[in-house]
Each structure stands twice: as C-alpha cells, then as structure tokens.
Ligand binder design. Structure first.
Ligand code: TYM
Length: 346
C-alpha cells in the first residue's frame, strides 16, 4: 500500500442539481430543492430539467417539452435569477448520455441492486420496468460529474443516488489511475425541508404520484387551495409539545412543524418555542399564513412566465450553450482517459 493518500479533487466549487419534468411540482420539491437553489444562487449553480430521467417511465411526447418549460418557469418563479443560475434542459447537452454510458461500465450491478427508489418505482412488476429506470442513478452520476459538481442540493430521497455518484467517481479515478480527476460531491440535504411528508399521512413522502391532491400543496395552487389543504391536513387532538422527542412520536404534527420551520428559515425547536401548548386550531392558521405568502406568488409568477414560452425557450437555449461549454471539455478528457479513438490522440 502506498503511504501517501491519493490527491483529492482540487478544482473550483460548483453547485448543481436537477428536477424531473414528470408532473406538478409540490411543496416538497420547493423546500427540499428549489428554495435551497435560490439560497445558493450567488454560487452560480447549474440547474437542469431532467427530461432524460423523466422518460424512464412513460411520458406523453406531446407534453414533455411543455412540462420542461414549466419546470424552467418554476425555477425562475421561485426566485432564481438567470444571470446567476444556468437553467437548461438535460437532453440539450448530449454529453450527459455519453458519459452515462461510460459510467454504466464503471458502476457495478450490485450497487444498482441496492437502490431503494428503483424498488419503490418498479413495484411488483420489476421485469416490466424500463432498463432506463434501473440505470437511472448512473445517468444521475453523469449529470453531476460532467460538470465536476462539488455540492448537490437535494431532498433526502436522493441521498442514495448521491452515494452512488461518489462511488462512481472514486472507482473511475482509481481504475483509470487519475486520482482527483472527479470530485466526490457532497449532498446538501440538511434542514427541516429535506423530507416533506404527505398532508394525509405523516409516514409517507409528499409526492407527485400520490393519487390524492389533498396529500400535497402544488406550486400552482392558489391561496384558497393552499388554505383548504392545510385546514384539512391530518392532525391529532393534542396540543403541540415542547420537545423534539415528543414531536417525533407524532408524524403529522412533526411534518407540519417542519414545514413551518422550513418556510420561515427557523428550526423546529424555534417553532415549538412559540407554539408549544397550543392546539392545531391556533397553529394551522399561522401555517396557512406563511405557506400562502411563500407559495401563492410562485404560482402567479409561473403563470406569467408561461404566457411567453418563447422567452423561456430563449433562456433554455442560451443556458444549454453555457452548460455545453463546461460539459464538452470534461467529456473530451474522459474519452481520452478511457482510450477512445480520436484523430488527435492514441
Ligand atoms: P425529483 O424530480 O423527483 O425531485 C426534485 C427534487 O425535489 C426533492 N423532493 C423532495 N424534497 C423534500 N421532500 C419531498 N417530499 C420531496 N420530493 C422530492 C428531491 O429530493 C429532488 O431534490 N433524480 C432526481 C433528479 C436528478 C438530479 C440529478 C438531482 C437527476 N439528475 C442530478 C440532482 C443531481 C429526481 O428525480 O428528483
């Protein structure tokens, strides 16, 4: 064994993340991802619409491009400034899929077999799932490492995919003897918004695919819809406790306190400090107020932006060029490292 540790990645910091255009965005996407992107925007993040990930399950081709524009509009409506953030469609930078193929040959079957999201999404019909759904985390590793991203803000459900990305980076660096070539990116997951649960069941995640619209707050919901969903959210008859331990035992209460904290930028303990001893009759109206003031304007801005799809297309096209200018040199280096033929090289 060598007595010197392999060099670590020494390149610049880069923040990158993505969201799939596979349905309406909800409060979980906002608190777990979008809000963090806005908080990090001075770091000039690369943010994409993961349309190649979306087609791992059936997407209506008539709708996919407009869903892509909707996610781009959500990025901007949430407060991202396109002079700071590079917002582009994943499929517009073809290097993602080429690097994903190379990573398919680096990642091991055993790693993918452990991915819980594939098990959840494929359900009982694994053999009828697309091959893309299985190898989805490898494409995600390519998305991240193509830009040598060092920090990836995501919700907690992406943690395992980020671990796989680190494994792919480490194995590539090792197998091809290029220590420090790819960074081992850090997931940015912390905070009370990292795992927002259903409003109908505090033990299951808020999700686009839940059949009940009352389980989630959509970013396009207006003030009345947001208020009604919070009023109807499942709770219990007890007043709010004063400790995190006691809160933990009550999943629905824990979720609503977590949502309040994430929206206001406080900790759950701060929120309990103000509301302990009070019932949901007092807490829910306070939550409605903060949720409506954070979310309703996003929906309004989205509607305005979507009224001018040509402007969204202009933003996406310009950003795709910016992204390609970073991605292509990485792919060229990777092609050289793995030994692919090129007229200039080996
Ligand atoms: P997606 O489109 O399912 O979700 C987008 C982001 O929202 C977060 N999220 C949540 N956060 C908190 N509570 C919830 N209930 C909740 N539901 C969703 C997700 O964690 C995610 O951050 N595989 C990714 C997209 C992707 C990606 C990437 C992300 C593709 N390539 C590279 C980062 C880097 C996905 O399906 O996210």
């Amino acid at each position: 064994m060598s007595d010197t540790a392999p060099p670590v990645y020494a390149g610049p910091t880069r923040v990158l993340s993505g969201i799939q255009p596979s349905g309406e965005l909800h409060l979980g996407n906002y608190l777990g991802a979008l809000k963090k992107f806005v908080d990090l925007q001075d770091q000039r993040p690369f943010l994409f619409v993961a349309d190649q990930h979306a087609i791992t399950v059936w997407q209506d081709p008539q709708k996919l491009a407009s869903q892509t524009r909707e996610i781009a509009a959500a990025y901007m409506a949430a407060g991202l400034d396109t002079t700071k953030a590079t917002i582009f469609p994943q499929s517009a930078v073809r290097a993602h899929t080429e690097l994903a193929w190379i990573f398919n040959c680096v990642a091991r079957l055993g790693w993918l077999d452990r991915m819980t999201q594939f098990k959840e999404k494929s359900g009982k019909h694994k053999e009828r799932s697309s091959v893309g759904l299985y190898t989805y985390p490898v494409l995600q590793a390519a998305d991240i490492l193509l830009y040598k991203a060092t920090h990836v803000p995501v919700g907690e459900d992406q943690k395992q995919h980020l671990e796989l990305t680190r494994d792919v980076a480490a194995k590539f660096n090792h197998d091809f003897a290029v220590p420090g070539f790819f960074p081992l990116p850090d997931p940015l997951i912390e905070g009370p918004g990292a795992r927002v649960m259903s409003l109908r069941d505090g033990t299951s995640k808020m999700s686009k695919s839940d059949p009940s619209d009352y389980s989630r707050i959509n970013l396009t919901d207006d003030a009345d819809a947001i208020a009604q969903k919070i009023r109807k959210a499942k709770t219990d008859p007890e007043p709010l406790p004063d400790t995190l331990e006691a809160l933990k035992a009550r999943p629905e209460a824990d979720n609503l306190v977590g949502i309040y904290a994430a929206l206001t930028g406080e900790t759950k303990l701060d929120v309990l400090g103000r509301f302990a001893g009070q019932g949901f009759g007092a807490f829910k109206p306070a939550l409605v107020e903060v949720a409506v003031s954070a979310i309703a304007p996003i929906g309004e801005r989205m509607r305005c932006l979507l009224a001018d799809p040509a402007e969204i297309d202009r933003v996406l096209a310009a950003a795709a060029e910016t992204a390609s200018a970073v991605a292509e040199p990485t792919l060229d280096e990777v092609r050289r490292i793995v030994g692919f033929w090129s007229p200039r090289g080996r």
